[in-house]
Design a protein around this ligand. Structure first.
Ligand code: UDP
Ligand code: MG
Length: 138
């Protein structure tokens, strides 16, 4: 058994729509444990580091601007296979096609920039979870 930790960010759209509680409720209902929680107004340096893998892509600048536009709730979650489990609860990147029952599928849609405002970020591997937790919870 390997207990993992992962990073979730409730993005500015999730916070401004008042969905933070509903989103955290789903992770807790699944049985994952919240081991860190912060309300952060992230600056460009932190967001550029966070989204380093996407630097240079056409959606990078607008994504950073969106993530700077309001407060984010950063969450550290712990549990067996929590990284994959949280990605599963989060759903596909495109909220319009994300499966019903997932956070993005139930609450996300196309608000203009098709795939941008999808409510949550979740780490996608052990390595990225470690790297991202260091950034947001150092
Ligand atoms: N994104 C975007 N346009 C795209 C693809 C992604 O604005 O065409 C945004 C979206 O907010 C997404 C984030 O960039 O959550 C990171 O993209 P990634 O492919 O890593 O998706 P995720 O891991 O969040 O599902
Ligand atoms: Mg990703």
């Amino acid at each position: 058994m390997t207990v993992e930790e992962t990073l979730v960010l409730v993005k500015p759209d999730g916070v401004s729509r008042g969905l933070t509680g509903e989103i955290l409720r789903r992770f807790e209902a699944k049985g994952y444990v919240i081991t860190g929680l912060r309300l952060v107004h992230a600056d460009r340096a932190l967001l550029t580091e966070h989204y380093l893998e996407h630097a240079g892509k056409p959606f990078f600048e607008p994504l950073v601007e969106f993530m700077e536009s309001g407060p984010i709730v950063a969450v550290r979650l712990s549990g067996e296979r929590v990284i994959a489990g949280v990605r599963s609860l989060t759903g596909a990147t495109d909220p319009t096609s994300a499966a019903p029952g997932t956070i993005r599928g139930d609450f996300g849609r196309d608000w203009g920039a098709a795939v941008q405002q999808n409510l949550v970020h979740a780490s996608d591997s052990v390595e990225s979870a470690r790297r991202e937790l260091d950034l947001w919870f150092s």
